[in-house]
Structure formats: structure tokens, C-alpha cells
Ligand binder design. Structure first.
Ligand code: PAF
Length: 285
């Protein structure tokens, strides 16, 4: 596996991988890799000739009081994991490579970016859209894979790629991969390592509560009442606060107040100790 942190070397290396018409899959990450990321890498390897993984802790997607400095960074250990998975190339740019002196461009996706996490974390999805747009232009992959755990992120990236005619070769080249969960049901996340053992146990209450709310909604219960019960149950398991618990259209993320059988998504963000966890699950699928 080659590890590259300079853009000019990346371009040459990607061209070499694509030689002979070989396809390339990109898995963008911020590192601190866990089984969820490795699942994306394995799915990428099934779908393309070569897998490129990027690791870049993107400062533009962190708010002023968020965990940019604390965010786990362990490039050597991540590289060893990727090497063992047969990844062809690790793109690990520095902040200066990604945003050189004088950098001034922002990609902002309205609508899908403005609700849920977008409302709770102003500017977050501009940072995500900007860096993913740059990664697509830098790597020019045939396909790109993202975890469904960040459902809203996936919706933002799909919207951006369509709106900006990004040169991914086909409409469904942006692939969402199902959330990988701990045996307790807790969705895997690099931020789970902030949790104490006790908090990790309590955090499992989030997915359990969500499953109960979904069963209620699918069984015909009132959406607002089901969401209120979900919030109460999540707080009762030990969470300190809930940023949001929303039922939304799976693609547009418009709010769903009456569920009529269409594909919807239950999206939740809640805080336990100093850690903000997000999760989402399908309704009606
Ligand atoms: O999901 C992530 O890890 C990040 O938001 C991404 C897509 C790599 C952009 O920085």
C-alpha cells in the first residue's frame, strides 16, 4: 500500500492504478478506523479493482467548541489495518495540502443540510461538502462509499454530486453501506472511544429506544407521541440531553409528521457525558 500526502504524487499514483481501464473506489474517512470503516473498505474491494482510502481530520467540519483537537488521530495504526485489507493507496493529506494559504471556496448545500445535525452544528455540512467535493476531484474515483450511520451526510453528498455534475461515472456511484453495530446495538463510531464503560452500556439504550419507536410508528401510533416517548426513554437510560429525534423523508429529509408508509428515516442525536452520538434507522423498509 502506498501512503501519499502530496497532491502531485496522488495524481500520478491514481493514474497508474487506473491504467488499463481499472476501476477505483474511494472510501473517505477521518481515521480512527473501526469495523464500520473496514466494512466500507471490504465492500469497496468487492465493487472496484482498487481501493483508495483517505484519512483527513477536516477542520472545516468542526465547530469552534467541538472536538477537533481531541479527535483521535492514529495514522500508523490505521495504515496497518488498511494494508491488511489490501488497500492500494492511502491518501493522507496535511491541512496545508487540502487548504493552502489563500484557500477561499466553500461548498454549501441548502435544504438537506439545514435540518437535524445541520441545525445543531451550523457550518458542519458546508465543511463536509467542501472536503468531499475536493476529495472527488483529487481522486476522481469511479465509486465512493460512505456509512449510512451518517445518513444526512450521505443525503448532502448525493445532492452535491448531482447539483455540481461531479464526474462520478454513474448516478448511483455514491454508495451507502449499512451501519455496523456493537453486539449491544450501539452504532460504531470513532467517537465511541470517548465513552466510559458505564456510558457505553447506557448508550445502547439509544438504538433500543429507536427500535421501539419505529415499531410503534409502523404499527400506526402517532408520530409526535412516539418521538416524545423515545426522547423520554433515551433520557431515562442515562443520556443527558437530546439534540433532536426526528422522523424525516429518507431522501429529501423533509419532516414526516404523519407516517403513511413511505420510506422514512428516524434520525436522533443525543449527548451522554461530553459525547454527542448520532444514529438513524429506516421506517417502512
Ligand atoms: O464521515 C466522515 O468521516 C467525514 O465526514 C468525511 C466524509 C470523511 C468528510 O470529512
Amino acid at each position: 500500500m502506498q501512503t501519499i500526502n502530496q497532491l502531485v504524487s496522488l495524481r500520478e499514483a491514481v493514474d497508474a492504478l487506473k491504467n488499463g481501464g481499472k476501476s477505483v473506489a474511494l472510501v473517505p474517512t477521518m481515521g480512527a478506523l473501526h469495523e464500520g470503516h473496514l466494512t466500507l473498505v471490504r465492500e469497496a474491494a468487492r465493487r472496484a479493482d482498487h481501493v483508495i482510502v483517505s484519512i483527513f481530520v477536516n477542520p472545516r467540519q468542526f465547530g469552534p467548541n467541538e472536538d477537533l483537537d481531541a479527535y483521535p488521530r492514529r495514522l500508523a495504526a490505521d495504515a496497518a489495518l488498511l494494508e491488511a485489507e489490501g488497500v492500494a493507496l492511502l491518501w493522507a493529506p496535511t491541512v496545508d495540502q487540502m487548504y493552502p494559504q489563500g484557500y477561499a471556496t466553500n461548498v454549501s448545500v441548502s435544504g438537506v443540510s439545514e435540518v437535524a445535525c445541520g441545525a445543531a452544528r451550523p457550518g458542519h455540512f458546508d465543511g463536509v461538502a467542501t472536503v468531499v467535493c475536493k476529495l472527488f476531484n483529487q481522486v476522481r474515483p469511479d465509486i465512493a462509499l460512505f456509512g449510512e450511520k451518517d445518513w444526512q451526510q450521505l443525503a448532502v453528498i448525493r445532492r452535491m454530486a448531482r447539483d455540481l455534475d461531479l464526474t462520478l461515472p454513474h448516478a448511483d456511484a455514491i454508495i451507502g453501506v449499512e451501519t455496523v453495530r456493537e453486539p449491544s446495538g450501539l452504532a460504531m463510531s470513532s467517537r465511541n472511544q470517548y465513552l466510559t464503560a458505564a456510558q457505553r452500556e447506557q448508550a445502547a439504550g439509544l438504538s433500543a429506544g429507536m427500535r421501539r419507536a419505529i415499531a410503534a410508528i409502523e404499527g400506526g401510533a402517532d408520530v409526535a407521541e412516539s418521538l416524545a416517548t423515545l426522547k423520554a426513554n433515551v433520557l431515562a437510560t442515562g443520556f443527558d440531553s437530546i439534540d433532536y429525534a426526528d422522523l424525516r423523508d429518507a431522501a429529501t429529509l423533509e419532516e414526516v409528521t404523519v407516517w403513511n408508509g413511505r420510506k422514512a428515516r428516524l434520525l436522533v442525536a443525543a449527548r451522554i457525558g461530553g459525547t454527542r452520538l448520532i444514529d438513524n434507522m429506516g421506517v417502512g423498509q
